[in-house]
Design a binder for this molecule. Sequence first.
Ligand SMILES: N[C@@H](CCC(=O)N[C@@H](CS)C(=O)NCC(=O)O)C(=O)O
Length: 218
Amino acid sequence: MAEFQLYCFAQSGNAYRAALMLNLIGADWEPIWVDFFAGGATRTPEYRENINEMGEVPVLVHGKKKLSQSAVILTYLANLTGKFKPQGEDEELESLRWIIFDNQKVNGFLGPFRFLKNFVPQQADPAVMAFMKARIYGALAIVNKRLTGRQFLVSDKPTIADISMTGYFYYPPGEFGFDIAKEHPAIGAWMERMKALPGWAQPYDLMPGYPFGTRPEI
Ligand SMILES: N[C@@H](CCC(=O)N[C@@H](CS)C(=O)NCC(=O)O)C(=O)O
């Protein structure tokens, strides 16, 4: 058995943050596929009783520890390994600030927007989609401005704030109907820098369950 297990599925950008971190730190880890779509696994009493009372992925298991919330998982792994760890109080607070902004306003909207666009049988209300798209563009403009003239979000080295921000960014542009990297050049350049890190992989190559509904051998 690998040292770390990650409950996840390929379509989850929230889980991607944790999977990417594990890969970037060179951890010995294995994914545990969660049948979110067809099986509704995260909504079952068993999942909520035994895996995560919040009914979400990602969940990281490390020995007796079971952690959820990608921000908590990233912090745990950074503290454990010293890798991608913000240095000193100022960087730690700055990193937390960007992670909260990301969770709430960047990937916090990108995830549900993509979900409504791709994974529900009925067409989503256009007014809802327009509202969400406007929120996404507003948040992406803020991130793009932050990254203009900077290498990474918090310091001249990548930290867990950068890993958190990658959430949904590397899914195919067709799944959003817009191209994050092309439309926001500073984000696009930062995405290339993140992509160049040893161990980087695209979400569909890192977590099981793609194409939709299938379970590849792991
Ligand atoms: N803030 C959480 C978000 C986790 C989350 O929303 N995960 C989704 C999958 S992308 C989920 O499991 N949703 C289940 C549900 O809402 O029923 C994190 O960063 O870990």
